[in-house]
Design a protein around this ligand. Structure first.
Ligand SMILES: Cc1cc2nc3c(=O)[nH]c(=O)nc-3n(C[C@H](O)[C@H](O)[C@H](O)COP(=O)(O)OP(=O)(O)OC[C@H]3O[C@@H](n4cnc5c(N)ncnc54)[C@H](O)[C@@H]3O)c2cc1C
Length: 482
């Protein structure tokens, strides 16, 4: 990076909040999607909104691309640095600024860890509902940018339902406020536009969150089925019966094996396991639990078990939330896919994935938010075997196409990021993408806020949607891709 610019950053932040040594920069070369890596030019760790503003004014003047970073747990390469750009880590902006229990509101800085929000208000009987499995480490800023979900978003809604206001530093350094702490703010719903924008519209420096009262009773049931097909039918039947559980999660046998090896959650060894959680007033939960049990039995459940204590319930969730990381116990490498389908299509799509997995000769584990129809097929492979990584990527892409064909989406909660930008044209027509691009340009006319993410890059002739395949001219060494 230009030494003069580095000195300007140093004068804003001091030496201890500026990283320029290559070994240290490598810590920031990727997020949790590790197959994309770029070492940034510098990493800046501001502690105030004013510092973020000063940094972005320089970026705007010098046209330096910047990428905001929370905890780096993103699974779509959203926090992947830009070539010749800087990373702005919000990890040190991690204060809870205001707690307003009577109005169910909290104001936090973006680096606050998701689980810390609930911890702060649990003594008063409140909680923050969106609960990604990564909630012990991921940041609220990252959750806002990705519109993150979690097991309990089926009943309580995704991050967007719980973020009612934002303070944002625009890519030119201007400070703006979107939404407010009251509902129904006047004007365009800019907070709604910002949530899920994956860092492409500026940097959130304060977030107004909605917190909710903890229900009187929470009960969790485990239902074991011979196959994911039967378990999928039970999910559709439960919702069709008018029951809205707080969560319905599904794990197949591979996912159960991995979670058991890591956490010993004492799950039944079966083909398809449902975790159904009901919450609310005691009488209602007791009544609905009987309905859920009857539906599971009618759909062929071989075993139904209630968690009898809070410790048992926590262990059930620990196994589920550890499932991605636990895949390392059964496979050296894996790709986590994130697609959405209509709930009623679960049995058919799960069978199709099973067939595709057999045809590709690669194992696919399934652990996902079944109530939302948000699939997380994990394509297992071994990078050391020539060709397996490519075959795994191709299978993961075919699974996404299957989701879109079933009337679903290319991503439920992990975002488009760098990984799925080429998939956008599988789902959206050119006018849709152009409309999104106009919104982006209104916020960031110079295209410096997390560039190269979300939108497909312009295509060379003959290129197709999907994972990047080099153009024949590139392979022949006649043309180069910039
Ligand atoms: C084991 C595991 C389990 C997971 N489970 C879930 C799950 O259940 N549900 C789910 O939704 N996700 C899940 N994720 C994905 C990930 O944890 C979420 O996407 C999370 O919200 C990312 O937060 P982060 O702080 O790590 O953000 P990062 O990875 O650092 O960044 C993510 C994106 O947010 C942008 N960003 C970060 N901070 C800001 C800011 N202040 N202003 C503007 N943009 C910003 C970045 O530029 C980037 O585009 C999981 C990940 C792992 C590794």
């Amino acid at each position: 990076m230009n030494a003069g610019v580095i000195n300007e950053f140093r004068s804003i932040l001091g030496d201890k909040a500026l990283i320029v040594e290559r070994e240290q920069l490598q810590t920031y070369e990727c997020d949790a999607l590790t197959n994309f890596r770029i070492v940034p030019g510098a990493v800046l760790l501001p502690t105030s909104t004013e510092q973020v503003q000063s940094i972005l004014r320089i970026c705007s003047r010098e046209k330096i691309p910047f990428v905001a970073r929370g905890s780096g747990t993103g699974l779509s390469g959203g926090a992947l640095p830009s070539e010749k750009g800087i990373v702005i880590s919000l990890a040190r902006m991690n204060r809870i600024l205001h707690v307003d229990i009577p109005n169910g509101r909290m104001i936090v800085e973006p680096g606050v860890i998701n689980a810390a929000v609930t911890q702060r208000v649990s003594a008063q009987g409140y909680f923050y509902a969106p609960d990604p499995s990564s909630q012990q480490v991921c940041s609220i800023g990252g959750n806002v940018a990705e519109n993150s979900g979690g097991a309990h978003c089926l009943k309580y809604g995704f991050t967007t339902t719980h973020v009612i206001g934002l303070e944002v530093v625009m890519p030119d350094g201007a400070l703006v406020h979107m939404g407010s702490s009251t509902l129904d703010a006047a004007g365009y719903d800019l907070a709604g536009v910002f949530v899920g924008s994956e860092g492409t519209l500026g940097i959130a420096t304060k977030v107004i969150l909605r917190i909710v009262k903890r229900p009187e009773v929470i009960k969790t049931l485990l239902a074991a089925f011979n196959s994911t097909n039967e378990a999928g039918s039970a999910v559709s039947e439960i919702i069709a019966a008018g029951v809205l559980p707080a969560a319905i999660e599904m794990m197949d046998n591979l996912a159960i094996q991995a979670a058991e090896a890591a956490v010993h959650a004492n799950y039944p060894n079966c083909g398809g396991l449902l975790l159904v959680e009901l919450d609310g007033p005691n009488a209602e939960v007791v009544d609905l639990m009987e309905k859920v049990k009857a539906i599971c039995n009618a759909c062929g459940a071989s075993e139904i078990r209630l968690a009898h204590s809070e410790t048992e319930r926590m262990l059930v969730w620990k196994g589920r939330k550890a499932a991605f990381a636990a895949m390392g116990r059964i496979s050296p490498n894996y790709i986590v896919q994130d697609g959405v389908i209509p709930r009623t299509a679960l049995p058919r799509v799960l069978s199709d994935i099973e067939k595709m997995s057999a045809e590709a000769g690669l194992r696919v584990a399934n652990v996902f938010h079944a109530g939302d129809g948000n699939l997380h097929p994990l394509v297992l492979y071994d990078r050391r075997i020539t060709g397996q990584e490519h075959a795994a990527e191709a299978l993961a892409f075919d699974i996404v196409k299957l989701c879109v064909a079933a009337g679903g989406s290319i991503t439920g909660e992990h975002g488009v990021g760098r990984e799925k930008r080429e998939f956008m044209s599988v789902m959206f027509a050119e006018p849709d993408l152009q409309t999104m691009q106009r919104v982006r340009c209104a916020f960031d006319p110079d295209g410096i806020s997390n560039p190269e993410k979300v939108f497909p890059r312009p295509r060379l002739c003959g290129e197709k949607a999907g994972p990047y395949v080099p153009h024949p001219l590139e392979v022949a060494g006649v043309a180069e891709l910039y």
